[in-house]
Ligand binder design. Structure first.
Ligand SMILES: C[S@@+](CC[C@H](N)C(=O)[O-])C[C@H]1O[C@@H](n2cnc3c(N)ncnc32)[C@H](O)[C@@H]1O
Length: 327
């Protein structure tokens, strides 16, 4: 394994054919009575259109495949599904685990299978998670988490959230998300947040310019550009955690490290490519041109052997943990 590792302490379904550029509610939307999001289809990819949601990655079977792939990449490079010291708790059974923004639920389904006597809940605005075939100790809720988590205080022993940097504004991270995750955690329970840096290491000029343009769009949407630097502050500001620990990995991107890093290159490019319509209005670059640049950037990333730093932040809620007031 070529990934640099460190630990530190701080303070398959078949693709459905979609009509090009249409708005619909469909079978994805009909799975939950509490929420009925609209989907917009652009260039054959399905996107969520919902009040108070800034997330712009597609919600479709191709995205489910991308999320599965991303999951296996992280699991391989970390050698585990989590970093918080919760193994005994999960093995002992009856632990309650929440995965916020569970996506296709690959993590949750693996965890539920590995720890069959604990209970697992996944929550996501988009029902990419399986609704019928799933282990008995798993259930899913479709909800916009910006509206708050639909659980009483102190419900869960372990709350996990991964790769949600495109989902919330800086203000939402600080004033809603981290506070809600902390609120539903039991005293003595563990919170783990896993995110990647927004820049790659060893970027060439083409990649740097491309990444700048992408950042410009994301910033317009309110997405924080330095999330991995801010997470310790967000967690600290809640005031209910013991010392924060973290574990990092350098995830290699490109053909030089094997199949997973080759697939991760495709993964990064696929995520960037979804900005192809947004670059038109901001930079006057056509979607076709953006696709071309994306291919060149892929080549450059590969040649320069870029990687991205991923970090798992984890902390235990104090036994007497009470959230600090927002005033
Ligand atoms: C990049 S995916 C990560 C999925 C999963 N955590 C993983 O690591 O595979 C982000 C997920 O966040 C969900 N999401 C975005 N905004 C949300 C919101 N406001 N409320 C609930 N889920 C949201 C999306 O539907 C998507 O499934």
């Amino acid at each position: 394994m070529g990934a640099h590792q460190s630990r530190s302490r701080h303070h398959i379904r078949k693709e459905k054919r979609l009509p090009v550029n249409s708005v619909s509610t469909d079978s994805y939307a009909s799975r939950d009575a509490n929420i009925n999001p609209m989907y917009k289809v652009i260039d054959g990819r399905r996107y969520l259109v919902s009040h108070n949601v800034i997330y712009r990655l597609p919600i479709d079977d191709t995205e489910v495949d991308r999320l599965h792939l991303q999951h296996y990449t992280y699991r391989y490079y970390y050698g585990s599904n989590y970093s918080a010291p919760v193994e005994e708790l999960l093995k002992n059974g009856r632990a309650r685990v929440l995965d916020v923004g569970c996506g296709a639920a690959t993590w949750l389904l693996e965890m539920a299978t590995e720890y069959p006597t604990s209970f697992f809940t996944g929550i996501d605005i988009s029902p990419m998670f399986p609704t019928e075939i799933k282990p008995k100790n798993v259930h899913f809720i479709q909800r916009n988490v910006i509206d708050g988590l639909p659980f009483p205080d102190e419900t869960f022993d372990f709350v996990f959230m991964r790769m949600m940097y495109l989902s919330f504004t800086a203000d939402q991270w600080e004033n809603v998300i981290v506070r809600e995750l902390s609120r539903v955690l039991k005293p003595g329970g563990w919170l783990e947040l896993m995110e990647c840096d927004q820049t790659l290491t060893d970027m060439g000029p083409l990649t740097a310019d491309y990444a700048d343009k992408a950042s410009g769009i994301l910033e317009d949407w309110g997405i924080p550009m330095n999330l991995t630097e801010m997470i310790p502050d967000y967690m600290d500001s809640v005031g209910c955690f013991e010392e924060l620990a973290s574990e990092t990995r350098q995830i290699p991107i490109g053909t030089w490290e094997g199949n997973l890093s080759q697939m991760y290159l495709d993964n990064v490019a696929a995520a960037y490519q979804t900005l192809r319509t947004a670059v038109g209005s901001k930079y006057n670059i056509s979607a076709e041109k953006w696709d071309e640049i994306t291919q060149e950037v892929k080549r450059e990333i590969n040649e320069r052997r870029c990687s991205v730093q991923s970090t798992r932040f984890y902390a235990q809620k104090k036994d007497t943990g009470k959230l600090m007031s927002l005033e």
